[in-house]
Design a protein around this ligand. Sequence first.
Ligand code: PMV
Length: 313
Amino acid sequence: MSGSDWYRASAPGKFVILGEHAVVYGKPAIVLAVDLRMTIAVRGSRFNTINGERIDFRRQPHLRYLTRNVTSGLEFETKSQIPVGSGLGSSAALSAALALALSEKENRHMTENDLVEEAYEAELYAQGIGSPMDASACVHGGGIAVNLPEASDRHLWTVTRGERTWSVSDVDVPDMTFVIGNTGIKAPTGPLVSKVKRFLDRSSFAVDIVDDIEQVTLQGNDAIARGDVEQLGRLMTEDHKLLSILGVSSNELNKLVNASMPYSYGAKLTGAGGGGCMVALTDQPEKVCEAIRSRGGTPYVVRTGVPGAMLHP
Ligand code: PMV
């Protein structure tokens, strides 16, 4: 990725403290960006290549969408610390970083709001359904709240699609320690979001679960504001149970959540589920890491409060 004809940008991954899946239906969510980044470089070229291989756009829908107006060939190089298909927003980080790098290449200024719209459209193009939560977190960095009314004095942008509206605000990053555990099982977001939608379409019980997730998220927001780790942990564990009822947990996720519990205030799956990652709130990160490792997972003690999408020289 060296040389002056390259345009480079990066964006962080993220994890959801509370509210995934329910946020697709306009419910609140709280998300933190983490110090695992996706970096992408782009330059003009004869052929379309990514990391030295010809691009198969059928397998790269995000790239296909984001380059829809480009008529010349493009060469991409990516470097990522974010595991793919693991609930940490790898595709939103790719979309945010790529949209920014391309706008720089084409000398088009894009605001954070423009980048969110572009990255969210790429996500919708690739997976058909979803919220602008990941795109917002990866573009903005730090911490974001979606549809939390009292956060409106730090409003960033509102995204509307059809009858749904997501009002996104900046929130303080809580001074708390989170450990992420990766099951190593890849689970693409689209099918899991569709599975929850099918459940909601045919069952008022599922609608009640989504309403319960909303209540847990609202209470979690208050707990974060008070710095009440015990209450926040309890709510995270409660959220994990609700997400399990929605059918998006897995044996491997449950194993890592259960293994972390003795050393945590609470733990839950994070992101789409089905595999991918869980997150524990703890003041014993080493013990949680050990517990996750002992069950075959890969732990990351994540740093939060990191910058969003940015250009690199
Ligand atoms: O697994 P990820 O990182 O793509 O997160 C998905 C979050 C969902 O709430 C399940 C879907 C969405 O678009 O909000």
